[in-house]
Design a protein around this ligand. Structure first.
Ligand code: ADP
Ligand code: ZN
Ligand code: ZN
Length: 821
């Protein structure tokens, strides 16, 4: 009789369509659970961390199952609900489970197999037989006993070093070693305590007597006691050093003498200070009514949209909902589009909920993300409320009671690249339903989709909150006609006379101003006045952008940079002109116009570090700054008390953006920036500079007319077959070779047309068709409401597979983007 066999199917953290099967022993079979990690061999020499997904006793048909290397967990670190959600995502967004695992798990959880190269001590090396690059590797290995493959890449300054390594291997000069290592090490803090024997008063007195001739040492001991009585907590070495003004050597002496003992504790890296809890605010009658309506709506609907004007107190309403969920001992997920929002919000939530709030986002270090992951998994009291960006929908929740999606219209909820190209709002709705819980979407300017779902198709419940807190008036919005201002010479730089007047008034009244410019950098393009050439990125199909501060030209797509040119690179002329303008230039101009004003700037360039946002925001809050110049980062729900004026420097470049959502987005953006003005007693003022003051969107913005904007946009979407009426799937082909992309795209589109007829658009090169030396070509598929989405996807996958089985097309990368934004 045949011995019984045991198998597991695992998810490998690489984009494989299928699960992979490995064989395990009977004991391992009994021990393993779904969601545990195992180290497995893959291919010739790779080792991966895989996630256990299935158990069975059927050997795979097409290959022989290998044994696993090792079990890495004693408990699952991924929950069944997560795996259910991820299976849904993989089907819906047409990506692999491996893609999702990579996006979800902090990479410290994905033990990596990294090839380590060593010299073979057995072999004699004859230098003269080595080629130059081989010699460099051998030489480097004489200084360092081992090197990783990527280190060798940088030593040789090339990407593909495998041929060199292979030659050295063939000559028996080097060895390859595969090692697994755990990247995550909890950060430890050093503490001291007094040796136990000095708990006896007698011994302590003896000690102090003995130390009479070492006054510093006795002083350290006394400081230790003072600290002990003050804080009544374990004492950190660093605190003791500070308190006693000692050096670490002096402390070490006491440790060496066994007077002190040192020990280490793991820190919670996500520490919050000043956590004095206070009661949540009493809602006013409008908020009270809206809250009741939300609760009622949740009795019938799983999802409810709250459309509340800026500063109406949506956040206070969320707080009430959170309180009631916490009282049932459940978790809450509070999604925000970007991290710019969180600093103010964290403080606000901590005020009410103390250290039950945990923050999760990609700017956090690996360790911090691992800690939050574990807290959520273990239902820690310190992670009752998770405040996070997009990827926090992938956390291991176990009794999630409510999801709030704030600023639900924001496009940063959708991931573009790499896969999984998921939408966090839509994924959140599925996640909540797996827990039979509710999702609240909030926005002052809902996305066309959500408003449609709430008011036209009744998929969602709908609640409005139309009055600003304290009945503060909506700001007054004025359109400034740039064509006229230029003609009548009423411009200084990019500032119209109206903008200058309003800005001086605001500054005179000691109130603050925000100036919005939808571009970073100084003046994006430097153009020769003589021959019209502008320096281009060598890797991408775009002009380089001038960055004044560093005096360099940079590509915003691939990061390529060169020093600013003094002369035209083409004709040598020294007359260079700057076209367009960015935040940096506006900042310079304000400083020239108002030399006494303190000006700050907030854009991608000034907010790279982890706390950079926080610093700029708090400087503005504390009124250390009078004027804040920024990009769309400024729009996202910030609550500043003293802003009187908001200036939009140029509305046209947003309106003219070639995208079917450009108008919707411009409306949202301008309304949101305007919402930063006059949030307290005094009415705010918004100035919008434009060459098209009659543009419908600008009229709708100035009248605060969301309804008309929605109606008009929806008509367009009907006419041109766009969401929410039709669904979209975008297929992008990428390759270095222009002709290959072209031919491939034609083939792909032709096959699609046979199935989907006129609903296939393209193939078409996007406005920027070459990025990082890769040509892109897009095909768009529009899916009518009645057409089955899953059948459509099946057909696309089938065509993709036959495409990739054509030898010529195999090297082309095919990217699928469902619900393309
Ligand atoms: P939104 O999220 O709709 O933009 P917020 O919740 O930020 O509005 O509220 C705007 C301001 O009004 C905040 O400073 C908030 O603290 C204050 N506020 C809102 N509701 C109340 C209330 N019921 N009592 C006291 N202050 C409130
Ligand atoms: Zn020139
Ligand atoms: Zn580039």
């Amino acid at each position: 009789m045949q011995k019984p066999l045991y198998f597991i199917d695992v998810i490998l953290p690489i984009p494989l369509e299928r699960l992979f099967t490995y064989s395990v022993t009977k004991a391992e079979y009994g021990f393993l659970q779904k969601g545990m990690r195992v180290a497995v061999p893959f291919g010739k020499s790779k080792i991966y961390t895989a996630t256990v997904f299935n158990f069975h006793q059927n050997p795979p048909e097409k290959y022989e199952a290998k044994d696993i290397h090792q079990i890495l967990d004693s408990e699952p670190i991924i929950t069944n609900t997560q795996l259910d959600l991820w299976s849904w995502m993989s089907k819906y967004y047409m990506c692999t489970l491996g893609d999702i695992v990579r996006a979800a798990l902090p990479s410290a959880f994905l033990l990596e197999s990294e090839s380590i190269i060593k010299l073979n001590s057995e072999s004699e090396i004859e230098d003269s037989t080595l080629k130059d690059d081989e010699f460099l590797v051998v030489e480097a290995l004489q200084y360092q006993s081992s090197l990783k493959v990527d280190e060798i890449c940088s030593i040789l300054d090339k990407k593909n070093v495998l041929p060199v390594l292979k030659r050295l291997l063939d000559k028996n000069i080097i060895l390859i070693e595969e090692t697994l290592y755990e990247k995550y090490k909890p950060k430890l803090v050093r503490y001291v305590r007094l040796n136990e024997i000095y708990n006896s008063e007698e011994e302590l007195n003896l000690l102090l007597e003995k130390l009479k001739r070492a006054p510093k040492q006795s002083q350290i001991i006394l400081s230790y006691f003072t600290l002990k009585s003050e804080i009544n907590k374990p004492i950190k070495v660093s605190e003791l050093i500070k308190k006693s003004a000692a050096t670490s050597t002096q402390i070490k002496t006491l440790i060496d003498k066994s007077i002190f003992e040192e020990y280490y504790l793991q820190t919670d890296r996500v520490l919050f200070e000043n956590t004095i809890k206070s009661e949540s605010k009493k809602l006013n009658k409008h908020q009270e009514k809206a809250l009741d309506e939300v609760i009622q709506s949740f009795e019938k609907q799983n999802v409810t949209l709250l459309k509340g004007v800026t500063s109406s107190g949506k956040t206070e309403l969320y707080v009430k909902l959170i309180e009631s969920v916490l009282s049932q001992d459940k978790q809450v997920l509070y999604l925000v589009p970007e991290i710019a929002l969180t600093s103010q919000l964290v403080t606000r939530l901590q005020h009410y909920f103390g250290n039950q709030v945990a923050v999760y986002h990609s700017r956090y270090s690996l360790q911090e993300r691992v800690e939050v992951w574990n807290k959520v998994l273990n239902k820690s009291d310190k992670a009752k409320i998770i405040l996070g960006a997009r990827s926090s929908v992938l956390l291991p929740f176990n009794n999630l009671g409510l999801i709030i999606v704030d600023e639900e219209h924001e496009q940063s909820y959708k991931q573009f690249d790499p896969a999984p190209r998921y939408h966090a709002r839509d994924t959140a709705i599925v996640l909540a339903s797996l827990f039979k819980s509710k999702t609240l979407l909030g926005s002052a300017t809902p996305s066309i989709e959500s408003y449609f779902n709430a008011t036209k198709s009744s998929k969602y419940g709908y609640v409005e909150l139309n009055i600003r807190f304290n009945d503060v008036l909506m700001p007054e919005i004025e359109l400034v006609d740039l064509k006229d201002k230029y003609k009548r010479k009423r411009m200084k730089g990019h500032f119209s006379d109206r903008m200058i007047e309003e800005l001086s008034e605001a500054l005179e009244n000691k109130s603050q101003a925000i100036l919005f410019q939808n571009r970073r950098g100084f003046s994006p393009i430097v153009e020769c006045k003589t021959c019209g050439q502008a320096p281009q990125c060598p890797n991408c199909d775009v002009s380089l952008t001038f960055h004044h501060f560093k005096n360099e030209l940079r590509c915003h797509y691939c990061g390529h940079k060169i020093a600013m040119q003094q002369q035209c690179f083409a004709c040598g002329s020294i007359e260079l002109d700057s076209k367009g303008f960015g935040t940096e230039q506006i900042e310079e101009e304000v400083k020239l116009l108002f030399p006494d004003a303190k000006v700050g700037r907030m854009d991608l360039d000034t907010t790279r570090g982890k706390y950079a946002y926080e610093r700029i925001i708090s400087d503005f809050e504390e009124q250390e700054l009078d004027v804040l110049v920024g990009t769309q980062m400024l729009t996202k729900g910030l609550d500043f008390r003293n802003v009187k004026l908001v200036g939009i420097m140029n509305a046209d470049n947003m309106l003219n953006f070639p995208d079917f959502r450009a108008h919707e987005r411009s409306f949202q953006l301008m309304q949101q920036v305007s919402g930063r003005a006059g949030r307290t007693k005094e009415r705010g003022k918004v100035l919008i500079q434009t060459f098209n003051p009659l543009h419908k969107i600008l009229q709708q913005v100035s009248l605060n007319d969301y309804e008309s904007m929605f109606k008009e946009q929806l008509d367009d979407r009907y006419n041109f077959k766009y969401p929410p009426i039709y669904k979209l799937i975008k297929i992008t082909l990428k390759h270095r070779d222009y002709n290959k992309v072209n031919d491939g795209a034609d083939w792909f589109a032709k096959s699609l047309r046979q199935v989907f007829k006129q609903h296939v658009l393209g193939p078409e090169f996007p406005p920027i068709s070459r990025i990082r030396n890769q040509y892109h070509k897009n095909i768009l598929i529009k899916i009518p409401e009645k057409q089955s989405l899953s059948k459509t996807k099946e057909a696309i996958l089938k065509i993709k597979n036959s495409f990739l089985s054509v030898k010529d097309f195999r090297p082309i990368r095919v990217l699928l983007n469902v619900d393309n934004y």
